[in-house]
Design a protein around this ligand. Sequence first.
Ligand code: C5P
Length: 232
Amino acid sequence: MGKDVIVACDFSSKAQVLAFLDRFPERKPFVKIGMELYYAEGPAIVQEIKARGHKIFLDLKLHDIPNTVKKTMAVLSRLDVDICNLHAAGTAAMMRAALEGLTRPDGSRPMLIAVTQLTSTDQAAMEQELLIHAPMEEVVMHYAQNAKQAGLDGVVCSPLEAGRVHAACGRDFITVTPGVRFADGDNGDQKRVMTPAAAKAIGSDYIVVGRPITAAADPVSAYARCVAEFCD
Ligand code: C5P
């Protein structure tokens, strides 16, 4: 499994995302399509970006009853993306159903990864609103192990957690890590950040980078800098 930089294409229209991707004539970035773009443009935007030669992480974070997730994953599987995801909080039964739905008649399927606890949820919210009283780190590792036991391929987590996830779930269990910033960059609303080079050193398999590339004056060189620090 190759290390790669996934560019979070958090745009709200086809025109914006295609204008952005048009700037990359050579190496085609691995693209993350999230809820905003998918709900704005529908499955056609996935097909169009795929047809342009990009790998795709479809970040829709499914969380529903197992039967609904299974049927939805079967539909998403037809889009032939590279990575799909869901919330580990949906339980092992939901994760197993998702894998069943995602698997095509020939046995192939996109990789499936789980969100553990969102980085926007802190210990206080978890305890007071969700009535989960274990420490955040223990909850994240437990959810990662649930995902591993359900047969998933990995988790989305902070790069700060990637080393411990690998220690708990094995080196082949992939870690996809947002919260990446250049050493001389602006952190924006990300609180716990790491540079691409540090994420590589700690063992992240894929980094997800949005604004440091999409909002850069020169997105192509910002992407090249990420690739040089993380992949090379
Ligand atoms: O612009 P930035 O680099 O912060 O973008 C990070 C991307 O990763 C965004 O699409 C954000 O929604 C996503 N993400 C995150 N933290 C998580 C899960 C996803 O930042 N825990």
